[in-house]
Design a protein around this ligand. Structure first.
Ligand SMILES: Nc1ncnc2c1ncn2[C@@H]1O[C@H](COP(=O)(O)OP(=O)(O)O)[C@@H](O)[C@H]1O
Ligand SMILES: [Mg+2]
Length: 262
């Protein structure tokens, strides 16, 4: 994990997002260092998805700055964010279950023998790259020609992550990567995240509702509630019930028990 002397890979300063008169983000500062798993936590409606949509070029902020490796950036489209090294793996993964692992890996970015898009595909080379890139983060695909539909949910996450990294992601944003999976596959995804962490300088922004997963894997935490940061810190700084309390929007368990009783 990086120390504070390192230049952040990505930062937001005073990020504001309004939808009409509604303020979804109200001055959010987020600082993500290379090589860390940064958990972005908060209750439904906290603004997590809005924040990552701004970072991935889907929404434009109403106000505030995004800074990538020390330079202010402005994203007019998701492609701009991808080109700046921000890879977002959405919950639906954007995979096609009927086509092969390799085809999904390259989707629209195939390697051809000629520079023309009608050139012959270099299938052998593409198979090799897809297999190698997935192996780097822990999944051994027996047959890169197998349809993605035959892979487990955990393997599909790994495919989407390996693809983002291969195509240049320095920051990987994972939106609830374990929420739709069974116990065993959740562990597979956490292992994949750990492998990416060990690659060294890629940062992961992990959105999760699972406190245990966040505790297991995150180096640093930012807690959002109703569009504002209500807490932040490293795994060392946050202890005991801090994480649980902040995930609940800052309420004490005692307050919640009282609310239930009322
Ligand atoms: N496109 C939109 N138009 C209007 N309101 C929105 C839009 N997207 C999100 N919101 C509102 O912004 C708030 C934050 O939403 P969201 O970022 O999805 O939170 P989270 O992902 O933390 O659950 C919610 O109150 C939501 O209703
Ligand atoms: Mg959300």
């Amino acid at each position: 994990m990086a120390d504070n002397a390192t230049t952040p890979l990505i930062e937001t300063r005073g990020l504001v997002k309004k939808f009409g008169s509604f303020t979804a983000l109200n001055g959010v500062d987020l600082t993500v260092y290379p090589g860390e798993v940064h958990a972005l936590l908060g209750d439904n409606g906290a603004g997590k998805s809005t924040l990552i949509k701004i970072l991935s070029g889907v929404f434009k902020p109403t106000d505030g700055e995004i800074i990538v490796e020390g330079r202010p950036v402005s994203f007019a489209s998701p492609r701009d964010a991808t080109n700046a090294g921000i890879g977002t793996v959405y919950q639906d993964l954007a995979l096609n279950a009927l086509t092969s692992v390799t085809r999904n890996f390259f989707l629209g970015r195939e390697i051809t023998h000629f520079s023309s898009p009608f050139g012959l595909l270099k299938m052998g080379e593409m198979d090799r790259i897809a297999t190698e890139e997935m192996a780097k983060i822990g999944i051994n695909v027996a047959d890169p020609n197998q349809p993605v539909g035959t892979m487990s949910g955990g393997q599909r996450q790994t495919l989407a992550i390996a693809r983002a990294i291969y195509f240049g992601a320095k920051v990987l944003i994972l939106d609830e990567p374990t929420s739709a999976l069974g116990q065993k596959q959740q562990m597979e995804v956490l292992k994949t995240i750990r492998k990416v962490q060990k690659l060294g300088d890629i940062a992961i922004i992990l959105i999760t509702h699972n406190e245990i997963h966040a505790r297991l894997i995150a180096d640093r935490f930012t807690f959002l509630s109703l569009g504002e940061v209500i807490g932040r810190g490293t795994s060392k700084e946050l202890e005991g019930d801090d994480i649980k309390r902040l995930m609940a929007g800052g309420a004490e368990i005692g307050d919640l028990a009282k609310e239930l009783a009322d």
